[in-house]
Design a protein around this ligand. Structure first.
Ligand code: 13P
Ligand code: SF4
Length: 304
């Protein structure tokens, strides 16, 4: 099928199946073009509770589809590419979390949404990159076990009122690859540009940034800023969207390695097949679903 026919078929199937398409900012452009809602992980999990459609096609990675299912258990949630995972989420499982908790028996677990449903189910509250500090500060003075991202954890630790934040050792293979030298080189090449970086980057990269935020926060900052040029320290999908949203401005990727291969796995054909054949439906057992729902809902309540 050519691209035009595929897009028409996707539109037809969406109506027939009462479906809506969600896409993360890191998805390839052709997927974002057919998406009804594009967002960062917080926006996508929030929107899941608001849409009327019975089927949600989540173009992103596995944990995002699970989060949508956890918040909307009565809906059919489809992940077009089954093995689109998140290596950072895979760095912690239930057993490793139990071991971490055993080291800090009085601690509470704040879990980044980039985790499996089973890990969320064993956590006290979830957070995303845009609200991690707020969530941690809401916990009071208890030791906070921050899982799984060491970079976001250390960023929160630095800014939190709580002196007792203990980050786990995970990291995002895409963001962690960027080094201080990449930031310095990009700044030397584009001295007029502001550096906007995601908190999943190493501390040495964040120290070179003018602004630190989630993918949507970075995009809003760049679009609303009076400045003309920006070095973007997150996945390349954000740069592509920004070039479309603000064509009069200049955007440069902080390092060429900012590509999440898992986020790039989904194509139009996969969305088409997902809709046509109900592929791949997310199933979670009731116990996991309820416990994970409580951790995610604790976060959403806090943001109201
Ligand atoms: P956001 O919370 O900014 O959407 O980030 C999700 C993610 O996977 C970043 O690598
Ligand atoms: Fe996971 Fe990093 Fe890809 Fe985000 S960019 S989905 S954290 S591997």
């Amino acid at each position: 099928m050519d691209k035009h026919t595929l897009i028409e078929e996707i539109k037809r199937l969406k109506k027939e199946k009462d479906a809506v398409i969600f896409a993360h900012h890191y998805q390839v452009e052709e997927v974002k073009e057919v998406a009804d809602i594009i967002g960062d992980s917080l926006e996508l999990s929030r929107k899941a509770t608001e849409v009327q459609e019975q089927t949600i096609v989540l173009s992103g990675v596995y944990f995002m589809a699970e989060s949508v299912k956890i918040l909307s258990p009565e809906k059919k949630v489809l992940l077009p590419v089954k093995d689109a995972g998140c290596p950072m989420a895979d760095m912690i499982d239930e057993e490793k979390l139990e071991g971490f908790k055993a080291d800090y028996p009085t601690g509470k677990v704040v879990c980044y949404v980039n985790t499996s449903a089973e890990v969320k189910a064993k956590s006290d509250i979830c957070c995303t990159s845009s609200n991690a500090l707020k969530v941690v500060d809401s916990m009071g003075e208890v030791p906070v076990l921050f899982i799984p991202d060491q970079n976001l954890g250390n960023y929160v630790k630095k800014h939190s009122k709580n002196p007792n934040v203990i980050p786990y050792s995970g990291y995002c293979i895409t963001h962690h690859r960027a080094r201080k030298e990449d930031a310095l080189q990009a700044k030397a090449k584009h001295p007029e540009a502001l550096v906007l970086a995601h908190p999943e980057c190493r501390k040495e990269v964040l120290e070179e940034a003018h602004f630190i935020g989630s993918t949507t926060e970075i995009m809003n900052y760049a679009v609303n800023s009076e400045k003309q040029s920006f070095i973007i320290g997150t996945e390349m999908g954000v740069v592509e969207t920004l070039k479309k949203e603000a064509p009069e401005k200049n955007f440069f990727l902080l390092a060429p390695s900012f590509i999440c291969s898992n986020m790039k796995k989904t194509r139009l054909e996969d969305i088409y097949r997902a809709l046509k054949e109900d592929k791949h439906e997310i199933h979670l057992d009731d116990k996991t679903l309820q416990a994970a729902n409580s951790a995610l809902s604790n976060m959403l309540v806090l943001l109201k």
